[in-house]
Ligand binder design. Sequence first.
Ligand code: SAM
Length: 309
Amino acid sequence: MSEANPERAIDRGEGTEAGRSAHSIHFDIFTLFPSMFCGPLSESILKRAQEKGLLSVALHDIRAYTTDRHHICDDTPYGGGGGMIMKPEPIFRAVETVLTGPPGWQLAPEDAFVNLPPWDPETPAPLPAEVPIILLTPQGRRLNQAIVTELSHFRRLALICGRYEGVDERVRTQLVSDEISIGDYVLSGGELAAMVLVDAITRLVPGVLGYAEGAQQDSHSPGLGGLLEGPQYTRPYSFRGEQVPDILLSGHHGHVARWRREQALLRTLQRRPDLLQTVNLSDEDRTFLRRHGWQPEMGEGEQERDADQ
Ligand code: SAM
C-alpha cells in the first residue's frame, strides 16, 4: 500500500456500523473538470441509484477555490523538467472547506472565487476521520474487487482527481488517507479513474442492483469465491450454428449449479490460473481441475499454456 499521510489513515470500515447495515453512499469529487462526470452519472445504474436516494455525488471544481486573478491551479516543477504540477493550496482549500462543512455542502456557483468560506493556509482543518480522502494516482493501491468491497462500507468518500504531471507531494503527505490506482497504465487525469471507483463501489450498495445476488456471482466476487464467472447464454437457443449447452435447459438445479461451478473453474484455469492460488477449492473442484491439466505446483505461464491445449 502507498504511504498516504499516516495521521489521516482510517479504519477501513469492515468492523464499523457503516460496514454492517444497509446504507446510501455519498461521494465528494474534487476535479478541474466536473462536467466530465455528467454522462456516467446520468445513465443506467448510477442514475437510478441517485433517483432511489442510494447514491449522491457532489462535484467540486478545484478551480473555484482559487482567489488570484487568473485562477491558477498548476505551476512548473521545482528542479525543472517538463509539464505542470497541481498546486497544493486550491486542493487543500477545496477539500478542507467541503469536508468540514455539513454533509452534501457545495459551493454555490455564484460564490466561486469571490465568496469562499474563510480558510487558513497554515492551519490544518479538523477533517472527519470517518471519511477516506482518496487520491487517484497510478502509484496507489491497485484496485481490485476486495478493495472495492472494503470502500463500499463507507458512507462518504472524497476523491481527488489529479491532472497534468500530478499533484504537489504535500497533498499526498498531508491531506489524503489512501491512494488508488485503477491499473498499471497512465491516464491523462484522475476523472476516469474516479468514475470507475464510483461505479464499482455503488453497485455493491444494497438496493442498487435490481438483481441483488448478481453482484455476488460476478467474477472476482465472494459468491464465486474469487473465480471468474463461466459462460452465460440467453435466447435464442441456437445462434449461427452454436447451441446453448443442454444442461442449462434440463431444469435440474443441482446439475446446473455444478456445471456452472466447473465452467467457472475452467475459465479461471484458462485465463487467470494465478487466481486459483487463493480460491477455496473443494476436493471435487481439485479433481476437476487436475483432470483439465491443473498442476498447483506449476508456474503461471506453464499453467496457462497447458490449459489452452
Ligand atoms: N506523473 C504522474 C506519475 O508518474 O505518477 C502521472 C500523472 S498522470 C499524467 C495525471 C493524473 O492522472 C494523476 O495525477 C492521476 O490523478 C491520474 N491517473 C493517471 N493514471 C492513473 C491510474 N492508473 N489510476 C488512477 N489515476 C490515474
